[in-house]
Design a protein around this ligand. Structure first.
Ligand code: 5HC
Length: 212
């Protein structure tokens, strides 16, 4: 061995010794790297937007079914939000009567109510909603499916399909399928009504009546 090689070897041994002295810090460095430089992976996305749709639903004055919708663009920005309501200026002047027996169609809410999807699209704060995803707490009806298609929305995520077996929803699914718009049932949320405020209030009233 030449003397230059000797010096180099001594230097190498010295460095290795220094590194091994710090090896106990390695797990800490890995922890730091994992926790400070990487994005969290379990952040909310679909649940976040669906929760906003659920909150919007709570603004509805429909005593029977409250629906909310939240439209999100490809940058994951909210561009529209809405809930089922009577048309502007018509609050308190039209009935909320639903499908109860004994009422003709013009005397129910159905010809008049603006669905959550329509309101979310109309409330948009962007030029259009092309390529957006709509989060809606109830599967869109055929009229809203048409609206969704014509507005250029490219995906539907819904929470409840309580009217799944009706002709209206069959037509809606046919429309969405034909227009190649995927619709996805977002599970792991309570259905829209059981824990709703109206029902809680009704349950509380029932409990109070039972106590009296
Ligand atoms: N996708 C939907 N968006 C909506 O905003 N709605 C609204 C219209 C009515 O106000 C209510 C349905 O009333 P009911 O038939 O469950 O008492 O929900 C309904 C659907 C489903 O058809």
């Amino acid at each position: 061995m030449r003397w230059e090689q000797g010096i180099f070897l001594t230097h190498l041994i010295n460095q290795t010794y220094r590194v091994t002295k710090c090896l106990h810090l390695l797990p800490f460095c890995v922890f730091l790297c994992n926790n400070t430089t990487r994005d969290r992976e379990d952040y909310l996305e679909k649940e976040y937007f669906m929760t906003l749709a659920k909150v919007a639903a709570q603004r509805s004055k429909d005593p029977n079914t409250q629906v909310g919708a939240c439209i999100v663009n490809q940058e994951k920005k909210i561009v529209g939000i809405g809930y089922n309501s009577m048309p502007n200026g018509c609050d308190g002047q039209l009935t909320w009567t639903g499908s109860e027996d004994g009422f003709d169609w013009p005397d129910t809410k159905y010809p008049y109510v603006c669905h959550a999807e329509l309101n979310a699209i109309m409330n948009k704060n962007s030029a259009d909603v092309k390529g957006c995803t709509i989060y809606v707490t109830l599967l869109p009806c055929n009229e809203c499916a048409k609206l969704t298609i014509q507005a250029g929305i490219s995906k539907v995520i819904y929470l409840s399909d309580k009217y799944n077996d009706t002709a209206v929803m069959a037509a809606s699914r046919r429309l969405l399928d034909t227009a190649h718009i995927p619709y996805e049932l977002k599970l792991n949320f309570d259905s829209i009504n059981p824990s709703g405020m109206r029902n809680n209030a009704a349950a509380e009233r029932d409990e109070e009546a039972e106590e009296d």
